[in-house]
Design a protein around this ligand. Structure first.
Ligand SMILES: [Zn+2]
Length: 241
């Protein structure tokens, strides 16, 4: 079940909220999402007036969360792929330099990411050239890092070096299949080297520990004692703009 209701009496405009009922649920909860959606989860067969009263009692809190997201403003604008725009590589920011010339390609040189083309340098073209370059850098760099992290800790525990694939992934930095095939997100190549080490070490730990339980984190801490520091950076947007 999913319904929409208006919460009135707080702020200038009524707050719209969605009610989702589930038979597995015993208590009520409310979530405020960054896109301003308010979702109230309730047990099945919960009387509508009881839900309304409960939400009303949380109205101030809901309003505060919505206000916080409003102040934060819209998400960072997408790249425009123009001269001088900063893009990241291994955690550092480099301005783009677009060059019309006799060659086509991308090169990191003189503190700039130089994008050359014989023809058009419209944003679509620059984006395509950059994506190909990031992918190439990732395909060259990631196997070296995996080999290094594997040799440093996992080899002597009897784990063979896993096969590796580099992919564009929307929601994850990496994964490890039950058969020991590692997959890494191409966008990691924009992050600081230690953040890449962390993701690789995390995935290697899955060779030994399937779930994210206490044993997993003990192993990760043994393999990379300062991992928490780098997770904070990775989560803080160590890779965006
Ligand atoms: Zn994991």
């Amino acid at each position: 079940m999913s319904d929409f209701f208006d919460l009135t009496g707080h702020g200038a405009e009524p707050i719209r909220y969605e009610v989702r009922a589930s038979s597995r649920r015993r208590t009520m909860s409310v979530e405020v999402h960054p896109d301003s959606r308010v979702v109230v989860r309730v047990p099945a067969r919960c009387a509508p007036h009881a839900v309304a009263a409960w939400v009303q009692s949380r109205a101030k809190w809901i309003e505060r969360q919505l206000e916080r997201f409003r102040r934060r403003g819209p998400a960072a604008p997408p790249y425009r792929y123009v001269n001088g725009e900063a893009h990241r590589y291994l955690g550092a920011r480099y301005p783009l330099l677009l060059v019309h010339g006799d060659t086509a390609g991308v090169e990191l040189t003189g503190g700039q990411i130089v994008v050359s083309s014989r023809g058009s340098l419209d944003p679509g073209k620059v984006n395509a050239l950059l994506r190909a370059w990031y992918f190439q850098r990732a395909v060259e760099l990631f196997p070296v890092i995996v080999k290094e992290r594997h040799a440093a800790f996992f080899e002597r525990r009897g784990h063979p070096l896993p096969a590796l694939a580099v992919k564009a992934m929307r929601r994850r930095w990496g994964s490890m299949s039950p058969r020991g095939r590692m997959c890494l997100n191409v966008d990691l190549v924009r992050a600081p080297r230690r953040c890449i080490d962390l993701v690789v070490t995390h995935e290697l730990c899955h060779l030994e520990q399937k779930y994210h339980d206490a044993a997993f984190y003990r192993l990760l801490t043994e393999a990379m004692p300062d991992w928490k520091e780098w997770r904070v950076l990775l989560q803080a947007g160590g890779i965006e703009g």
